[in-house]
Design a binder for this molecule. Structure first.
Ligand code: 3HC
Length: 287
């Protein structure tokens, strides 16, 4: 298999922009594709803000930050991914949208390009099998914020070859991540364990065990978590969390993965957490 020299990322949202940044910081030339200029501009602006912050804090020189930025090219055109060695999908957690996207990318990508999905929970094989290269397809699951979180789950689906897994693990290591290889089983390792915990935080609130801030404060101080479960749910995005629970519930049919009624109501209200300005907390005053 050809060595990964350059990377393409589809999606420059919450996860995509972080993946683009870490890949460019690791020295890869990155092309990132978004649906329109406005969405692309928002994602790139987030990266520029993080790079400027790193310079302000003395963690990077202006020269380094400029070099990272120069390695990132934004586009709204799929054709710009034609020469990529690795294409990572980081679009909405919706299988139909992902399959439509791969249909386009598969037609223009190099025959030996490697494809990866950053799905949180959907079966990797469903995407792999839709392409002409199921052997060169794997899952690369990043954690939010991708620039900070150390872990990369490297997911082998039934068709992924040894070479594909080795290339994925090597790529993650070059990004400076701790790579953990895991099976294509809904939720992989982290979300299988984390999601029921977040949902239980919501149920505890529904049952009046504590207030939102009490539950969060208790888990931070009592279990050493950086964020309480309700803050973390807002941070992940309640819509994303809702989609993940639906996939997990569908797969395992266990109550622990079912959306609590409160989550359903919040989603119906359009409260998606931090990104929408409202979730368990009110972020409307945030920049
Ligand atoms: N991009 C780049 N750097 C960032 C960042 C971002 N978006 N957010 C925070 N940072 C950096 C800060 O610049 C800071 O760097 P410094 O120490 O060099 O100054 C460092 O991270 C710490 O940030 P802060 O001081 O602002 O705040 P905290 O100490 O509270 O840390 C946090 C923020 C890293 C987000 C921490 O609260 C945390 O680890 N929270 C838990 C996050 C988590 O569990 N993520 C996984 C979610 S599950 C998931 O993603 C799976 C998916 O499938 C759902």
């Amino acid at each position: 298999m050809a060595k990964i020299e350059n990377v393409g990322v589809v999606g420059c949202g919450l996860m995509g922009h972080g993946i683009v940044q870490v890949a460019a910081e690791a020295g890869y030339q990155v092309v990132v594709r978004e649906v329109d200029e406005a969405t692309l501009g928002k994602g790139i602006a987030k990266i520029e803000k993080q790079l400027a912050r790193a310079v302000e804090k003395g963690k990077a020189t202006q020269e380094d930050a400029d070099a990272v930025r120069a390695r990132i090219q934004g586009t709204t055109d799929y054709d710009a991914l034609a020469d990529r060695d690795l294409v990572i999908e980081a679009i909405t957690e919706d299988l139909a949208l992902k399959l439509e996207m791969w249909g386009k990318v598969d037609k223009i990508a190099k025959p030996d390009a490697l494809f990866a999905t950053n799905t949180s929970s959907l079966p990797v094989i469903a995407q792999a099998a839709s392409t002409s290269r199921p052997g060169r397809f794997l899952g690369l699951h990043f954690f939010n914020p991708a620039q900070v979180m150390k872990l990369l789950e490297v997911i082998r689906c039934v068709t992924s070859t040894e070479e594909t897994m080795s290339a994925g693990l090597e790529f993650g290591q070059r990004l400076g991540k701790l790579t953990v290889a895991t099976k294509d089983k809904a939720g992989f390792i982290v979300n299988r364990l984390l999601v029921p915990y977040l949902l239980d935080g919501m149920r505890a609130y529904e049952e009046g065990v504590g207030s939102i801030s009490e539950i969060d404060a208790a888990m931070k101080a009592g279990a050493g978590h950086p964020m309480g479960p309700l803050t973390l749910s807002d941070f992940v995005g309640l819509d994303t969390l809702g989609s993940i629970c639906d996939v997990l519930f569908d797969e395992f049919r266990e109550r622990r993965f079912a959306q609590p009624p409160l989550l359903r109501k919040m989603l119906a209200a359009g409260w998606y957490g931090r990104k929408s300005g409202m979730g368990f907390y009110d972020y409307s005053g945030d920049q």
